[in-house]
Design a protein around this ligand. Structure first.
Ligand code: SF4
Length: 473
């Protein structure tokens, strides 16, 4: 008998109970602790314990899994695939302990259009993470910490939090396609504006904030119902392409009286073309966020299977700016998976003018620190392995809206740790730059790097170590 495809299918038998559908009481997420990998077992590489656990989870849930943090895709390269080749005979190093290396970073001044380009004392700033994803105390701590070392933080989507504005000497105000919390007064109180067209953790999709984190205050700021999952739009209502985007940028310039630079942030997918379009549309600064970028919540398959690595995105973006004649006019910021000053220095050498850090800044606040162990355990995880930002039950008070958990986040202690971390990162960058003979961190260049793997060389065009030739297609 032919089925009517427009009628929902009903089982011709009594449906199974939820208890029968479950595979027992095991954790849904990932391979159970202690189960060795397929390599250790000598089992199937394709049907690894992880892959089987994933099928079981999907079969139980009937939907994709959601989690926070960043990609677990092991195929993504790390910055450890690149190494510096400091000055030896062909170049002269600077004296590491006696000569200085400038770290001043100016973003958005290249077109000569804005009165106050963003001047940072270091080439690192704090990435866009919303109030909602993070607690108010965490946001304030990031602002204080960034201010202490002369750099910037970013509101993220969801509006400008008063505590963050007060804490931040330099604040980048983000406008997402969903327009959550967008306010003309806040826009004029910002030191720079950012139009979001995507993010590295989940390019092509909007933000996700689960209902557990949509508190009364978050709901008020975003004009959304409390306790209900918030799924942001991704397609901007104000523009469909470069021509409309140029109009939008001009509107923002007029609204801010040509005072502050306009950033465009994108997830790294086709940066060679996307960056060219954003530059053509008039952006002062372009932020390219690689697939290693983190998030508060996302469908896990998007985290693991979308976007391109940060290192390849930087090279493609820089080449796009070079090809358009926009190097020097449009600043390039890189993000996604940056863990240290060493990673940041590699990004600068690959062609970024600055980097922004998200997950690493959260860790400096206390994310995954070994405290409140019982609460990690209650989430089914442990310090060092937590990726449960989506639950709102953050053991250390960073990614929560629960007032009791938030008390664990001391904004002043957190700020000090963030400031020290940023200072240490900057010391690492300058130490490497001086070893390479540079009196400014912005003089780092691709020639200062060599690739330790074919993959990294192919992704970036960086010469292979020793043979001094890039992987040749
Ligand atoms: S400790 Fe908190 S911020 Fe860190 S991953 Fe876990 S839930 Fe997220």
């Amino acid at each position: 008998m032919a089925h009517d495809l427009n009628t929902p299918y009903e089982y011709p038998f009594e449906a199974a109970s939820e208890a029968e559908i479950k595979f027992g009481d095991g954790a849904i997420e990932g391979r159970p602790a202690g189960v060795p990998s397929s390599y250790e077992e000598g089992g199937s590489a394709r049907w690894s314990p992880d892959a089987i656990a994933e099928v079981h989870a999907l079969a139980q849930l009937g939907r994709y899994q959601v989690r926070g943090y960043n990609s677990f895709n092991k195929q993504l390269p790390t910055f450890d695939d690149l190494t510096f080749v400091p000055a030896t005979m062909t170049r002269l190093p600077l004296e590491g302990y006696r000569e200085s290396c400038d770290t001043t970073t100016i973003l958005g001044g290249g077109r000569g259009l804005v009165e106050k380009p963003m001047e940072l004392k270091i080439p690192i700033y704090i990435a866009s993470m919303s109030f909602g994803a993070l607690s108010a105390s965490a946001k304030a701590a990031l602002g204080f910490g960034a201010s202490k070392v002369g750099t910037m933080t970013c509101t993220g989507e969801g509006g400008m939090l008063e505590e963050e504005r007060e804490a931040s000497q330099r604040l980048l105000y983000q406008m997402s396609p969903a327009r959550y919390g967008v306010d003309l007064d806040h826009l004029r109180r910002a030191d720079a504006l950012e139009i979001v067209v995507g993010q590295g953790a989940k390019p092509g999709t909007g933000g996700l904030l689960l209902g557990m984190k949509v508190s009364e205050r978050v709901s008020r700021m975003r004009t959304l119902p409390q306790g209900v999952d918030q799924r942001s739009t991704i397609r901007h209502p104000d523009f469909l392409g470069a021509d409309d985007m140029a109009v939008k940028i001009e509107e923002l310039r007029i609204a801010t009286n040509y005072k502050v630079p306009i950033f465009i942030k994108m997830g790294a997918t086709r940066p060679r073309y996307d960056v060219a379009i954003a530059a053509k549309a008039g952006a002062d600064v372009i932020v390219v966020d690689g697939a290693e970028g983190g998030t508060g919540a996302s469908p896990e398959m998007l985290l693991n299977h979308t976007g391109i690595p940060t290192m390849s995105a930087i090279r493609a973006a820089r080449e796009a700016l070079d090809e358009c004649g926009m190097t020097g006019k449009v600043s390039l910021v890189a993000a996604g998976g940056i863990r240290s000053g060493v990673d940041a220095a590699k990004c600068l050498a690959l062609g970024a003018d600055a980097v922004m850090i998200g997950n690493a800044a959260m860790m400096a606040l206390g994310c995954n620190s070994p405290r409140y162990l019982a609460d990690y355990e209650a989430l089914g995880t442990a310090p060092g392995a937590c990726h449960h930002c989506h639950t709102g039950r953050c053991p250390v008070g960073v990614a929560t809206q629960d007032p009791e958990l938030e008390k664990r986040m001391n904004p002043h202690a957190g700020a000090e740790r963030v400031a020290r971390y940023l200072t240490a990162m900057t010391m690492e960058i300058t130490a490497l730059a001086k070893a390479c003979g540079k009196s400014s961190v912005h003089n780092l260049e691709v020639e200062d790097l060599r690739a330790l793997s074919f993959q990294a060389s192919a992704f970036t065009g960086v010469k292979m170590a020793g043979i001094d030739r890039a992987f040749d297609w």
